[in-house]
Design a protein around this ligand. Structure first.
Ligand code: XIL
Length: 383
């Protein structure tokens, strides 16, 4: 992993993340599709912190204190059965995971926690379109290869994130206006990326954040040029490239039983499944707290979605403002209660590396120590 890690860390920051923080729902309603800067600032405008620099996991190691630690040569293995992943599996779930990439995995304290508590990895940024195909036809798999290699060497499942998203989407894609051209570009991107990791990525977030808060489809290059047909094009391309991988729609603000977004998405999924589009699962991102939903209705929301016709649900990007104990426990209880819920992924390991640097939303604190919510989840799963 080391040589490729270094190469990844040296990648130009411009090719990396654009901040996107889901706060007041009004800011995430209708977002103009192009140019990229417009869509980013529209979704970010509600929050001053959304204009912040990339999160620590995107920053070269030398620029943050936290990342200056040497990579751990010999990751310590926690005793089997002690971490959350093992406890969750003992309850019948497939995994408990986290987002990560080479940058965060090179922090030895963080990597030890990945070893002890997490059984699944989602690339935080390295599989996004701007990282993999920044220029048309020029693919760069350095970061994603490193993540997948780490996962294989450490016996972790990988969820692929994400094939089609209006953010972290290169300008050359956003500029396309021709139907046939955009169709071919989507098909080529998806078949190259999914094909490369065939048999190695368990599930893909094929489309990400394609809905408005009112349950209609987002105004972005994909809908402008192709209408809703981009969904069929994307899912069919992914299915063709890896027939075994589970294919997901991933979305935020689904943690409600009656909201316009969850009901709108539910109706679209039913319609698309009836039309033969190969959708296997729905991912609830689970960015909770503050002006986002609380965990109160998460189980009811999952109940509703479990009847849409998909075979899997997953909580894909969990983080909760200030990590309240009862909220974290509710999320785990919801996944335990819904048989179709296969696993939970937190969006990061420790508050030191969260994409929401001021929210302290994760299970481990800035010093990589267990927080009360961590202990409460372990207690719940140990019952
Ligand atoms: C975030 C990453 O964590 C940041 O490093 C990056 O700057 C912006 O994207 N929803 C998603 C994720 O689907 O891909 C986002 O990840 C967080 C919101």
């Amino acid at each position: 992993m080391k040589a490729s890690t270094i190469a990844y860390l040296l990648a130009p920051l411009g090719a990396m993340a654009s901040p996107c923080k889901h706060r007041p729902s009004s800011s995430t309603a209708v977002v103009p599709s192009a140019p990229a800067s417009a869509s980013v600032s529209a979704s970010a405008s509600a929050s001053a912190s959304a204009t912040a620099v990339p999160t620590p996991s995107d920053v070269p190691a030398t620029t943050t204190a936290a990342t200056s630690a040497a990579p751990s040569a010999t990751p310590s293995k926690a005793p089997a059965g002690s971490g959350i992943d093992a406890l969750f599996k003992a309850k019948g779930k497939q995994y408990f995971g986290t987002s990560a990439d080479s940058g965060s995995l090179s922090i030895s304290q963080l990597e030890k926690l990945v070893e002890s508590d997490f059984g699944e990895l989602t690339p935080e940024n390295s599989m996004k379109w701007d990282a993999i195909e920044p220029r048309q036809g020029q693919f760069s798999f350095t970061g994603s290869d490193a993540l997948v290699k780490y996962a294989q060497e450490h016996d972790k499942i990988v969820r692929g994130h994400t094939l089609l998203w209006y953010q972290q989407l290169p300008q050359w894609v956003q500029s396309i206006t021709d139907k046939d051209e955009l169709t071919k570009v989507i098909q080529n991107h998806i078949s190259k990326v999914v094909g490369r990791y065939k048999g190695q990525v368990k599930a893909w977030d094929v489309v990400n954040e394609i809905f408005n808060e009112d349950g209609t489809l987002r105004d972005m290059v994909f809908t402008q040029v192709l209408g809703e047909d981009f969904v069929r094009i994307a899912f069919e391309a992914a299915r063709a490239a890896d027939p075994e991988a589970k294919l997901y729609i991933n979305e935020y603000h689904l943690e409600s039983a009656s909201g316009t977004k969850v009901t709108g998405l539910n109706n679209y999924v039913k319609k698309w499944l009836a039309a033969g589009i190969p959708i296997d699962g729905i991912g609830l991102q689970g960015h909770l707290g503050g002006s986002n939903p609380s965990a109160a209705e998460m189980q009811a929301g999952m109940e509703l979605l479990s009847k849409s016709g998909v075979t899997e649900l997953a909580i894909t990007e969990l983080d909760i403002l200030n990590a309240p104990v009862d909220e974290y426990v509710k999320v785990f209880e919801a996944c335990l209660a819904i048989e179709m819920c296969v696993g939970i992924t937190t969006w990061g390991v420790s508050d030191a590396n969260s994409w929401l640097p001021n929210d302290n939303p994760l299970l481990f604190d800035h010093q990589y120590q267990e927080k009360p919510a961590y202990k409460a989840v372990v207690e719940l799963l140990s019952k």
